[in-house]
Structure formats: C-alpha cells, structure tokens
Unconditional design. Structure first.
Length: 77
C-alpha cells in the first residue's frame, strides 16, 4: 500500500537565498546547503531534509518569490 506525502519542490531559478523558508519550517527540515549554480544569486539555496519534513507547507506559504510548490510523493510500506 502506498501512502502519499506532500513535500516541497524548490524552483531555484527565482530563489534569492533569503532563508525565509528555513526560518518558517517548524521541523527544521530545510537547510541552506545546496550550492547555487543558477538563479539570480550564486549563494546557498534551500535543500530539503526529507526525514524531517512533515508536509505542513509553511515553507511554500512563506516564500516571497513563490519558489516552492508542494508535490505529492508516494511511499511504499
């Protein structure tokens, strides 16, 4: 049986590395650790720590650049 969970999907092309999503995450599931290779700024970008994510979507709601969408992933038990 597969369970659906929503996790953030980052769109780095508009990301400005503001870290608001990191601050908004109550589970500490986002770190600024992904080296920037695209986007406006070549800083560190947010990266998901999957095992900590609860799927609350606070990161997506807080992003001022609308760079985060929630997507369903299916886990098998």
């Amino acid at each position: 049986m597969a369970n659906a969970k929503k996790i953030p999907s980052f769109h780095y092309e508009n990301c400005v590395s503001c870290s608001i999503c990191v601050q908004a995450c109550p589970a500490g599931a986002i770190d600024l650790t992904k080296p920037g290779k695209s986007g406006r700024y070549r800083n560190l970008f947010p990266e998901l720590v999957n095992e900590r994510c609860t799927g609350c979507a606070l990161c997506a709601k807080s992003c001022p650049m609308d760079c985060i969408n929630m997507q369903a992933v299916y886990e098998t038990e």
